[in-house]
Design a protein around this ligand. Structure first.
Ligand SMILES: [Zn+2]
Ligand SMILES: [Zn+2]
Length: 311
């Protein structure tokens, strides 16, 4: 910014923006009342604070090519949420009510699969019963908004999924997540495991859940070759989750930028385990903004009219 000022015959400091050759003891700053006015005085579009990283934002501001960053009001709903059928604390109806109260147009329920026994993961029978309950509830108008039937399916150690395709194809979508084992695998082995899972032929939309498994200040992300996984995700039309749980914020904004550059679609999910957690979406929006994402790149800015829309 200072270099730009000098090139324009101005001098920029914490004291103001001055004509370069004005005497130090008697100079008057150009009248500026906001950051927006300062950027404009230097011939730049306003750069939102989230984007000020010394990357390419100055060039983009010069060319008026800065992205229009996503805002929370643009999100229409989210698809990774739990109920008390697995390890959430509120019922299906309570979650639906809370989502409607937040102004969501739809909510997706993705309880754990059977391998996540510590999280009370659903058996095939319980999952099928939940799918029916959701279908019936949508048909009868029991819910205050549309509910999508999903499942957070464990990616097993060999890259297979915790339920057969025949079962998963009855859902509206699946969130594919690594829960166990999380450690003790090489980067190659973990990459293979995830690529295989994301390549599973399914008739429903696949989402890669909390992609690195990190827990901030508690657990490091596992190592995975993002370039390879993103290639597979592109071929398979897999959506990449930005998990908005505050201790996860997974993916990291730097890697999200790579996902965006690879042409992938992002979905921001709260991974809510209670109705109060639904509002965690805001933390996800903050990270999405840091990654320079626009509403066009975040799939849950779409008003999905029906489950069919997802496929
Ligand atoms: Zn999970
Ligand atoms: Zn979850």
């Amino acid at each position: 910014m200072r270099q730009r000022a000098l090139a324009q015959g101005l001098s920029l400091s914490e004291w103001g923006l001055f004509p370069k050759d004005a005497p130090n003891d008697n100079r008057v700053s150009l009248e500026l009342h906001s950051e927006e006015e300062l950027f404009a005085a230097l011939g730049l579009a306003f750069i939102p604070p989230e984007l000020r990283e010394g990357l390419d934002e100055i060039e983009m501001a010069e060319r008026r090519k800065l992205p229009e960053l996503i805002s929370i009001a643009q999100l229409q709903g989210a698809l990774h949420n739990h109920t008390n059928a697995s390890d959430g604390i509120h019922s299906l109806d309570e979650m639906a009510r809370a989502a409607a109260d937040l102004g969501w147009k739809y909510i997706g329920i993705a309880d754990h699969s059977q391998a996540s026994f510590q999280a009370n993961g659903l058996s095939v029978e319980r999952l099928l019963a939940q799918i029916n309950e959701i279908k019936d509830g949508n048909a009868s108008g029991r819910f205050p908004l549309h509910v999508f039937a999903g499942c957070e399916v464990d990616i097993l150690k060999d890259g297979s999924l915790d339920f057969d395709a025949e079962v998963l194809n009855q859902l509206d979508y699946v969130v594919l997540s690594v829960h166990s084992p999380l450690t003790g695998m090489t980067e190659d082995a973990m990459t293979e495991r995830i690529c295989k899972a994301l390549s599973t032929p399914l008739k429903v939309q696949k989402i890669w859940g909390h992609p690195t498994g990190r827990l901030l200040l508690r657990r490091e992300p596992y190592k995975v070759d993002f370039k390879r996984v993103f290639q597979v995700a592109c071929q398979q039309n897999v959506w990449i989750e930005l998990n908005a749980t505050p201790e996860r914020l997974d993916l990291d904004w730097r890697i999200l930028r790579q996902a965006r550059a690879a042409g992938l679609k992002i979905i921001i999910n709260p991974d809510a385990h209670s109705s109060a957690h639904l509002s965690r979406l805001q933390a996800g929006v903050n990270i999405a903004r840091k990654a320079g994402l626009t509403s066009a790149e975040v799939v849950n800015c779409n008003p999905f009219p029906s489950a069919r829309f997802l496929c």
